[in-house]
Design a protein around this ligand. Structure first.
Ligand SMILES: *[C@@H]1O[C@H](CO)[C@@H](O)[C@H](O)[C@H]1NC(C)=O
Ligand SMILES: *[C@@H]1O[C@H](CO)[C@@H](O)[C@H](O)[C@H]1NC(C)=O
Length: 335
C-alpha cells in the first residue's frame, strides 16, 4: 500500500520523511479502561496496555502521567503515555476461547509483544513539517467496538489488518480479520486522525475533537478542515498477534476463528486508545527536530529496561486459560 512504500522510502532516505518509531513492552493485560470506563473495576472487555506505570482505574487529566509514573515500558524513556488496544482470542471448534499471544515486531524483542508506536509529522513532502504535539491531558480513541460491517469500518480511514506471510510483510491490508491462516501472524494497524480542533484535550466521545483531513488522507497530504485546523503527528500502533500455533485447528466451514475480546467476530470493530504522557515538551522537541527513528533529542532506555516496568493486574481473573466465555462474558457477534 501507499503508506508502506512511503515508509520504505523514508527508511532509505532518512531526511526526507522523518518519523519517530519505537517499541514499548507490555505493561499489563487486564480489564481496565480509564478513558471509556473511568473508575470502573472492571471494564467490559480485556485490553493490552503499554507505556507508563501510572496507568490506573482512574487517570486525572489534570495530573501529568510523568509526575506519577516511576517507569515506562517504552524505549523513549520520557514517554509515560499509555497506549492500548483490545486483545485477540482464538475460538476453538468446541466453543472455548484462548488468548492469542503477542510477539515483538521485527527487530523489537519486547516481553509479551507490546506494540510498535509511530509519531509521523508528515509524509506528504520533503520539507520539515511543523506539527503541534499533543499536550498534557490529551486523550483520544479511534474506531468503534460495536461496528460489524465493512461500510461502518470505512468511516475510519486506516484501521486495518496485515496477514503476515513473513515478519516483514507490509502489503495487503484488510478491514476485517484475514480469512486464511497467516504464516507469521496477524498485525493489527491502528492509525489515528491527524487534525485537532486546537481547543479540546478530549471530548465526550473521545473522538470529535479530532478529524481526518478535509480531502484525501494524511498519506496523500490532505489539508485539515477549518473545524479542526491544527495538524498533529499521525499516531500509529502496530500490534503483532502470534496466531501461528492455532493453524492446525482452523474451522472447516470456511469461517475464520479469531474474535476480539469485545466479542467482535468480524474485525470491523478494531479500535485503539491513547492517553498522552510525554514529559514536558519532549514530544514537541522531537517533532521540531524532525527526528527519524532514532532521536538524539530524547532520552532512551534499552528494551530490557522497558521490559522490567510491568504492572500487576489490579483484579485477578483468568484471561489465559481455555475459557468457556470471553472475560466479562462478552457475547461474540458477527453482524
Ligand atoms: C491507582 O489509584 C489508586 C487509587 O487512587 C492509588 O492508591 C494507586 O497508588 C494508584 N496506582 C498507581 C500505579 O498509580
Ligand atoms: C477445546 O479445544 C481446545 C483446542 O483443541 C482444547 O485444548 C481444549 O482442551 C478443549 N476443551 C474442552 C473442554 O474440550
Amino acid at each position: 500500500m501507499l503508506w508502506s512504500s512511503l515508509t520504505a522510502l523514508a527508511l532509505l532516505a532518512p531526511n526526507a520523511h522523518a518519523l519517530l518509531r519505537f517499541s514499548c513492552s507490555q505493561l499489563v493485560v487486564e480489564r481496565l479502561d480509564p478513558l471509556v470506563n473511568p473508575g470502573m473495576k472492571q471494564s467490559p472487555h480485556v485490553h493490552q496496555i503499554i507505556g507508563g506505570n501510572s496507568f490506573n482505574i482512574t487517570m486525572d487529566p489534570n495530573v501529568a502521567p510523568s509526575d506519577l509514573a516511576t517507569c515506562t515500558t517504552c524505549t523513549f524513556s520520557e514517554d509515560f503515555s499509555n497506549y492500548w488496544t483490545a486483545v485477540m482470542y482464538f475460538k476453538a471448534k468446541n466453543g472455548t476461547f484462548k488468548r492469542v499471544p503477542q510477539k515483538g515486531n521485527q527487530g523489537f524483542e519486547q516481553s509479551n509483544g507490546g506494540m510498535t508506536v509511530y509519531y509521523t509529522p508528515t509524509i506528504s513532502n520533503s520539507k520539515a513539517a511543523k506539527v503541534t504535539a499533543f499536550k498534557k491531558g490529551f486523550r483520544m480513541i479511534v474506531g468503534n467496538p460495536v461496528y460489524r460491517t465493512e461500510a461502518q469500518a470505512k468511516q475510519f480511514r486506516q484501521l486495518t489488518y496485515t496477514c503476515l506471510q513473513t515478519a516483514s510483510t507490509r502489503t495487503g491490508e484488510t478491514l476485517n480479520f484475514p480469512q486464511k491462516p497467516c504464516p507469521a501472524g496477524i498485525m493489527v494497524n491502528v492509525r489515528f486522525p491527524t487534525c485537532w480542533d486546537g481547543k479540546n484535550l478530549d471530548s465526550p466521545d473521545h473522538m470529535s475533537h479530532m478529524s481526518y483531513p478535509a480531502s484525501g488522507t494524511f498519506e496523500s497530504g490532505g489539508p485539515c478542515p477549518s473545524t479542526h485546523p491544527v495538524p498533529v503527528p499521525q499516531l500509529f500502533y502496530e500490534t503483532v498477534f502470534d496466531t501461528t500455533k492455532f493453524k492446525n485447528d482452523w474451522p472447516t466451514d470456511g469461517s475464520q476463528p479469531f474474535v476480539w475480546s469485545f466479542g467482535d467476530g468480524t474485525g470491523y470493530g478494531n479500535h485503539g486508545d491513547y492517553v498522552f504522557g510525554w514529559k514536558g515538551d519532549s514530544l514537541q522537541k522531537a517533532m521540531d527536530a524532525n527526528c527519524n527513528i532514532n532521536c538524539p533529542q530524547l532520552k532512551t532506555q534499552s528494551i530490557a529496561q522497558g521490559n522490567k516496568c510491568a504492572q500487576q493486574m489490579k483484579v485477578n481473573e483468568d484471561i489465559d486459560g481455555w475459557l468457556t466465555e470471553l472475560p466479562g462474558g462478552m457475547p461474540v457477534t458477527y453482524k
